[in-house]
Design a binder for this molecule. Structure first.
Ligand code: NAD
Length: 346
């Protein structure tokens, strides 16, 4: 049997990627939608051949507890709402797939982890790149040792924010999101860790904000950071809501270089090997959202290991807070030994 997923929040990502993605799933199926806009929700339900009983509002959300059709709840709300809706779903006895960033505060992230423990349910963070073939190819190549020691990982993750787009309006609000760092920069922080397969011990960062740009009244525009890792590798990253859309990473190893540019888009990603072995390997493209939903479905059925854990989400939260703290102190070094160890590679 397939695993039923309720999608909470019918915004851009849900409508353009997640709901269409169920077509490409083999283990997960769309089981319900939760929205504050009943008309939109019923239209989507009809299109997706869901019964009207599978449409929930935020007010009757807790009723999902008695809906046996729903196994997993997928939280696709603005970041500041992740904690509340995750905890309510866990209390309703459901497993949760929660979008990145896990939350907007460390306290919220810790409460989410505690709620999953108490409920004895899975809580997975939707880090789609953990399941994406190009990023997996990069991880495998680095783990193989073929390129020798990794020296530097550089990540560039940003885009132009558009304040007239309601999807970006809350992203430019510090309390609701946290700006470019938590929206895009998180891919660089997370990426450096999964490429190196270790955790940073120290972070330094600078920020730069054009206060005459009305988009940046409340959030930092640009961060640049560097992190030291136990192996001796150094990772660097930049993130901004005021540069041309880029999601790329590059690895400099003793015997080679890997460039992923774009490396984390929904499609069209491209991997180039430089140094001694120059090539552009052909990588099969997949529906990243379908793969991720199938993954949690397989975790629930005991057929796959948990990869992008809630602890992984908390680790990125702590590291992003360390970047903010360092930048606020003009680049002071912040120790980041939080005791986290990554679980298995996917
Ligand atoms: P969005 O603004 O388009 O959608 C959010 C939805 O929440 C909207 O339908 C909105 O109506 C609803 N909502 C309910 N209460 C709200 C409130 N108080 N304020 C604002 N909106 C409210 O945003 P999105 O781009 O779909 O992003 C949703 C989540 O998905 C975010 O956490 C984001 O970080 C994440 N995301 C992840 C990826 C990825 O590649 N994994 C890509 C895009 C977005």
């Amino acid at each position: 049997a397939t695993v039923g997923v309720a999608v909470v929040g019918l915004g851009k990502l849900s409508l353009n990627q997640i709901i269409p993605g169920f077509r490409n799933c083999r283990s997960a199926r769309l089981a319900a939608v939760v929205s504050g806009h009943p008309e939109k929700a019923h239209r989507i339900a009809e299109e997706q051949k869901l019964s009207p009983r599978s449409v929930y509002t935020y007010a009757d959300y807790d009723r999902i507890a008695s809906d046996p059709n729903i196994d997993v709840v997928y939280i696709v709300l603005p970041n500041f709402m992740h904690a509340e809706y995750t905890i309510r779903a866990l209390k309703a006895g459901k497993h949760v797939l929660c979008e990145k960033p896990m939350a907007t505060t460390i306290g919220d992230a810790e409460r989410m982890i505690a709620a999953a423990r108490t409920a004895n349910r899975h809580l997975m963070i939707a880090y789609r790149c953990h399941y994406e073939p190009l990023n997996l190819a990069g991880m495998r190549l680095l783990r193989s040792g073929e390129l020798g020691k990794t020296r530097v990982v550089s990540t560039v993750m940003g885009r132009q924010a558009d304040p007239s787009d309601p999807s970006d309006a809350w992203r430019l609000d510090m309390m609701k999101s946290g700006g470019a760092l938590t929206d895009m920069g998180i891919y660089g922080v997370n990426g450096a860790r999964y490429l190196l397969n270790e955790e940073p011990t120290e972070i330094q960062a600078w920020s730069q904000t054009d206060k005459s740009d009305p988009r940046f009244r409340d959030v930092v525009d640009l961060y640049s950071w560097q992190a030291r890792f136990p192996s001796g590798a150094i990772a660097t990253g930049s993130t901004s809501f005021n540069y041309a859309a880029t999601m790329s990473w590059e690895v400099q190893s003793e015997n080679g270089k890997i460039t992923a540019d774009p490396g984390c888009f929904y499609s069209g990603n491209r991997l180039t090997l430089g140094g001694t072995k120059v090539a552009t390997p052909e990588i099969r493209e997949i529906d990243q959202f379908a793969r991720e939903m199938d993954w949690i479905a397989d975790v629930v059925r005991g057929k796959a290991p948990m990869v992008s854990t809630a602890e992984e989400g908390l680790q990125d939260m702590r590291l992003m807070m360390a970047i903010m703290e360092s930048a606020a102190k003009g680049g002071a070094s912040v120790a980041t030994n939080y005791g986290f160890r990554r679980p298995v590679d996917p």
